[in-house]
Design a protein around this ligand. Structure first.
Ligand code: AHR
Length: 492
């Protein structure tokens, strides 16, 4: 029997809804085919955005969407993606698959998508191959309502009122695809570029500097040391790669050893966030600068027969477990982690949605976002869980993983059983409180279970009614390879 204790009296920081964000890049079938099919498509759409996708994203209360990249952002000419579509320039997407990008999805379409979904836009500007003027003009185009060349251009293109754009990234992976810069050089460039990312008409931009990849603590140190006063957020990218970059392994056809190896790698997020936060704490004890994990998720070999540059992979219960532990980690670090964006939203890497023609699949990862949405804007509460070790000799992981939050009298607990084949008996208590009205949902399946286009609902959320109460103790059994969302109402 494992004990789970929820200390509802011991509150932490607020869990920003933006932790549950997504990322969408002009990569493979994420934008075209995935989100945007054009007004003339036979697939139901509103101004070109797939209605089924918009509905699905509204259902999980998607809070924020990052666009247009990724590496693509650092060579994107925003002016090619505005104005009459037939006149928009065509280009080759050199980063991703060498396909023609016709720019039919540009700034207006992205901001329309965010409006339809009801989420905040997070635009990522070009620094590596751009100019200060180009970045500055983009912000002016989107957010300035007064008299100016960019404001006039926007109006010419049919949008009278400026948009509100809350989040803006100044470059992407500038240590790599964004210019191969040294941190000292990027820090200076960041200071210069961000000067011209202006706040117009009451639109206050939350400026995000390009942060480190994985364990590059020096990058965080240099950026915090030399540019912290000029940023609201500093990013971090970390992908869960089971084996190695050149042999990542299949997304669906894997062994139990691979499963634990993947979870072991995913759990490193805790160490990474803690260590980058520690450096940030030294320079910013008041936590004015948020840690923005704007690319995270699993990265496997592409599905056989698909374009290697499109990064299309399936999504199993293993991915669901990765999402569950990662989101628990972000919740626990919510005093510093203020936003995160899974890579990527549709048809790319650890996608929440997959499409094939007019068909759409909600992946196991989607269901985790659904199960966890109750945490958005709630206060973190202290949770303690008795764990033991599971896994293989080379990849030991804890058997159970949890986070909990409270909004009003309602406490939401997300609990994962990482064991591939062993269910766990649980005893749950709320010291000093009376907990009533317990309800729960569960996502469960074998480690390789997934949805495909011939069986779209193999893995889905189900009500869980197996929680028994004795006095103030709740008992239940969580099946192997499962994630539960439990909600209780507190008194006292
Ligand atoms: O998400 C795919 C790519 O991974 C992004 O374009 C880049 O930022 C990262 O290396």
């Amino acid at each position: 029997m494992s004990k789970l204790i929820i200390n509802a009296g011991k509150k932490g920081a607020k869990i920003n809804r933006e932790i549950y964000g997504n990322f969408s890049e002009h990569l493979g079938r994420c934008i075209y085919d995935g989100i945007y099919v054009g007004e003339n498509s036979s697939i139901p759409n509103v101004r070109g955005m797939r209605t089924d996708i918009v509905q699905a994203l509204k259902h999980i209360k998607l809070p924020v969407l990052r666009w247009p990249g990724g590496c693509f952002a650092d060579e994107y000419h925003w002016k090619d993606g505005i104005g009459p579509k037939e006149k928009r320039k065509r280009m080759i997407n050199t980063h991703w698959g060498g396909v023609v990008e016709d720019n039919s999805f540009g700034t207006h379409e992205f901001l329309d998508l965010c409006d339809q979904v009801g989420c905040e836009p997070y635009g990522n500007g070009k620094l590596g191959s751009g100019t200060v003027a180009e970045m500055s003009e983009w912000v002016e185009y989107m957010t300035f309502g007064g008299v100016s060349p960019m404001s006039a251009l926007r109006k010419e293109n049919g949008r009278e009122e400026p948009w509100k754009v809350k989040y803006f990234g100044v470059g992407n992976e500038n240590w790599g695809c964004g210019g191969n810069m040294r941190p000292e050089y990027y820090a200076d460039e960041y200071r210069r570029y961000q000067t011209y990312v202006r706040n117009y008409d009451g639109n206050k931009i939350y400026k995000i500097a390009c942060g480190a990849c994985d364990f590059n603590y020096k990058w965080t140190e240099v950026l915090m040391n030399s540019a912290k006063l000029h940023m609201s957020g500093l990013s971090l990218h970390y992908y869960t790669i089971t084996r190695s970059w050149d042999k990542k392994g299949s997304a669906v056809d894997f062994t139990e050893q691979d499963y634990y190896r993947t979870l072991n790698k995913a759990l490193l997020m805790d160490e990474l966030v803690a260590n980058h936060s520690r450096i940030m704490d030294i320079h910013d004890p008041g936590k004015m600068v948020g840690l923005i994990v704007d690319e995270w998720g699993t990265w496997f070999d592409v599905e056989p027969g698909t374009n290697p540059g499109f990064l299309y992979q399936q999504n199993t219960m293993r991915d669901a477990l990765v999402a569950a532990v990662t989101l628990n980690i972000f919740n626990k670090h919510c005093a510093r982690v203020t936003m995160a964006n899974i890579a990527q939203m549709v048809n790319v890497l650890q996608a929440v949605i997959l499409t094939e023609g007019e068909k759409m699949i909600l992946t196991p990862t989607y269901h985790i976002f659904d199960l966890y949405k109750e945490h958005q804007e709630a206060d973190l509460v202290d949770s303690y869980i008795e764990t033991s070790c599971t896994g293989t000799e080379e990849s030991i992981v804890p058997d159970l993983h949890v986070s909990a939050s409270q909004k009003g009298n309602s406490v939401h607990i997300t609990l994962a059983n990482l064991c591939a084949g062993e269910s766990k008996k649980m005893e749950m208590e709320f010291p000093g409180k009376i907990a009533n009205n317990v309800s729960a949902k569960i996502l469960t399946g074998s480690i390789q279970a997934h949805n495909d286009f011939s069986n779209i609902d193999k893995v889905k959320l189900a009500d869980f009614s197996g929680i028994a109460r004795t006095g103030q103790t709740y008992e239940f059994t969580i099946p192997a390879c499962s994630v539960m969302g439990i909600t209780v109402c507190l008194q006292g």
